[in-house]
Design a binder for this molecule. Structure first.
Ligand code: G3H
Length: 288
């Protein structure tokens, strides 16, 4: 199945596929085992930093190996690439989806580079995601200070600008902002579902990607998916938090063991628990 068919199925049946970030094989294993247990398709993704750390071709090879080992569809997404050259790394390595995040650029420059990425990617039948609105927080962290709705509203997508951008670039998916934000906050301000509805109305044939999936209440994520456009939900912070907290606990409890493959299983289980929960919320279980 081509990932575009999966997105169309998700769009029609109103479910979403989790796009889970990876920076090591343990996290990849956790994602794949959770997806296999739930008979769910899944996206594995790497940001530019994660891609550099793992190596683009290694991400692809391990993902393809896991897909045949566990018998589930795994698609690989290059997450938040910020230059044309970064996109080309993913395109040449064999990623299935390319997210060009031009939100730091001018609208015009973003559009020009997005068109180039679309041309290269579509020539290889790959999907392209674009982004025009800058998230208020770039890195995935657990924040102590609250983010205000006023700060969030400054990032909100303008439906007409989104429509214009999609028409001009022919991207497959848009990362839109309607209250979603990277990271976890003491309390997450509510998503603006009304704005999401308006965005879906003006680009009914374009898939939407919900970034900043960590920390958003389950019911709000499900509401966004049910509106109909969101077919991809990105998750990183909650997995990173589970990984680090469990690793610290395991190392404190096991001060002698030097073989990490004997130390890490509880860490994989903890990350798996996050992924399992998300897959159930997104509705992609038994959708293989
Ligand atoms: O692209 C990656 C995700 O948007 C990460 O968001 O760390 O809030 O889950 P998150």
């Amino acid at each position: 199945m081509h990932v575009k068919e999966l997105f169309a199925k998700a769009h029609h049946e109103k479910f979403a596929i989790g796009a889970f970030n990876v920076a090591n094989i343990e996290t990849m294993r956790a994602i794949v085992e959770a997806a296999a247990e739930l008979a769910s398709p899944v996206l594995i993704e790497s940001s530019p930093g994660e891609t550099k750390w793992m190596g683009a071709r290694n991400v692809i090879s391990v993902a393809r190996n896991f897909s045949s080992e566990y018998g589930i569809p795994i698609f690989v997404n290059l997450d938040h690439a910020e230059t044309f050259d970064e996109c080309m790394v993913g395109i040449e390595a064999g990623y299935d989806l390319i997210h060009f995040d031009g939100s730091a650029l001018s609208y015009k420059e973003n559009m020009e580079i997005t068109k180039k990425v679309v041309s290269e990617a579509h020539a290889k039948d790959l999907m392209v995601e674009a982004e025009i609105d800058r998230m208020a927080r770039k890195s995935s962290e657990v924040y102590k200070e609250q983010i205000t709705i006023e700060e969030l509203k400054k990032t909100f997508s303008d439906p007409q600008k989104v429509r214009e951008f999609v028409q001009a670039t022919n991207v497959d998916t848009m990362a839109t902002l309607f209250g979603n934000i990277h990271g976890i906050f003491p309390t997450q301000p509510p998503l603006d579902i009304g704005l999401l509805q308006k965005i879906c109305e003006v680009i009914p044939d374009t898939f939407l990607s919900l970034h900043g999936g960590s920390g958003i209440p389950d019911s709000q994520v499900q509401q966004a998916i049910k509106i109909g456009g969101v077919v991809k939900v990105n998750i990183n912070t909650e997995m990173r938090l589970a990984f680090r907290q469990t690793l610290e606990k395991t190392l404190q409890e096991n001060t002698k063991e030097l073989a990490m493959y004997k130390v890490l299983p509880p860490v994989i289980d903890a990350v798996k628990g996050v992924v399992r929960k998300k897959i159930k919320i997104f509705g992609s279980a038994n959708k293989i």
